[in-house]
Design a protein around this ligand. Structure first.
Ligand code: UFG
Length: 313
């Protein structure tokens, strides 16, 4: 297939591009480099620096599909500057869908988020769990999901949305590079590298097995694999939604233990109060993805830490 990958210079997009090229697809990447890195774009892909709204200048009937990953994705920023999320995610994606319709490109895989569910407080989040986002980031992604449902019904688009939480690990040298870095695993590895003095544990009084928050971590290579499976499975006139999860989840303390084991470094960790807005447990069921896409996560939390550590060094 010939595929346009928006956000293909980002952490997840660069790994998706890598896998597409490895499977023999033709790939063009569109990224504005606000959070991506041009050196993450593999030489086998055609490179376009620009906004999502410029996709219409690239797309034509020779394309088979778009994998749409470009997005604003910081929960905190979405609360303080919601307008950036309405424009950057909702309005920009509407323009992309219009451009696809004009060009006759009728297949999209959308990298959504499990943040559309908000904080349901159930054991495992399924696709039937009511979507009630608790911040503009989740709301903007949910609005796009609604657009895709309507586009599929009205104009025959083949669309798939993938909803997932915490992505970790690396693919070779392709790794997470955020500034500022807020995510748990890269922050722990900074301590291991000696770039930060001590790790912070945000909240030790959650109702969980060791008092720290539980998250559903997915290896970026498993996530890229899900995007490729979704690309093939998308059916005209249908918008399918899949949660990508392990169904179990890992506590902050368990992640710290994994980092200590992988690096062999005794990471000093200081207990802090809860981080505002953090739910206790976020775990998704991957059952539908298993049944319909044949997808299941293959890589463990130890694999994620080991691959991220190898990429850093
Ligand atoms: N944490 C720490 N110390 C740190 C960093 C994080 O204890 O230095 C804790 C957090 O409080 C949380 C867990 O580790 O309990 C994971 O935190 P991350 O910041 O790594 O990830 P989040 O779960 O906050 O964020 C993820 C995705 C977002 C998504 C969000 C939805 O990265 O894109 O879930 O709630 F929007």
């Amino acid at each position: 297939m010939k595929v346009l990958v928006t956000g293909g210079a980002g952490y997840i997009g660069s790994v998706v591009t890598d896998r597409l090229l490895a499977e023999g697809h033709t790939v063009e990447v569109l990224d504005n480099l606000t959070t991506g890195h041009q050196d993450s774009v593999l030489s086998g892909a055609t490179w376009h620096q620009g906004e999502i709204t410029e996709a219409g200048e690239i797309l034509d009937s020779s394309f088979d599909a778009v994998i749409h990953l470009a997005a604003k994705s910081l929960v905190g920023e979405s609360v303080t500057h919601p307008e950036r999320y309405w424009h950057g995610n909702i309005v920009a994606t509407l323009g992309l869908i219009d451009a696809m319709r004009s060009a006759g490109v009728r297949r999209m895989v959308f990298s959504s988020t499990a943040a559309v569910y908000g904080e349901p407080g159930v054991g495992q989040i399924t696709e039937d769990t009511p979507a009630m986002p608790t911040n503009p980031y989740g709301a903007s992604k949910l609005a796009i999901d609604h657009m895709l449902t309507a586009e599929a019904a009205a104009h025959g688009m083949a669309a798939v949305s993938l909803r997932y939480f915490n992505v970790a690990g690396a693919s070779g040298s392709l790794r997470e590079r955020h500034d500022p870095e807020t995510h748990l695993i890269p922050n722990l590895l900074k301590v291991a590298l000696g770039d930060a003095g001590e790790a912070k544990i945000f909240g030790t009084d959650y109702p969980t097995r060791d008092g720290t928050a539980i998250r559903d971590y997915i290896h970026v290579v498993d996530l890229a694999d899900a995007h490729l499976r979704a690309l093939k499975a998308a059916e005209p006139g249908n918008h399918a939604v899949y949660n990508l999860g392990t169904g179990t989840g890992t506590t902050v303390r368990e992640v710290i233990t994994a980092v200590r084991e992988v690096t062999g470094i005794d990471i000093p960790a200081v207990e802090h109060p809860r981080r505002p807005g953090d739910p206790a447990v976020l775990v998704a069921s991957g059952q539908r993805a298993l049944q319909e896409l044949g997808w299941a996560p293959q890589r463990s939390i130890t694999d994620m830490v080991a691959d991220a550590w190898a990429a850093l060094r």
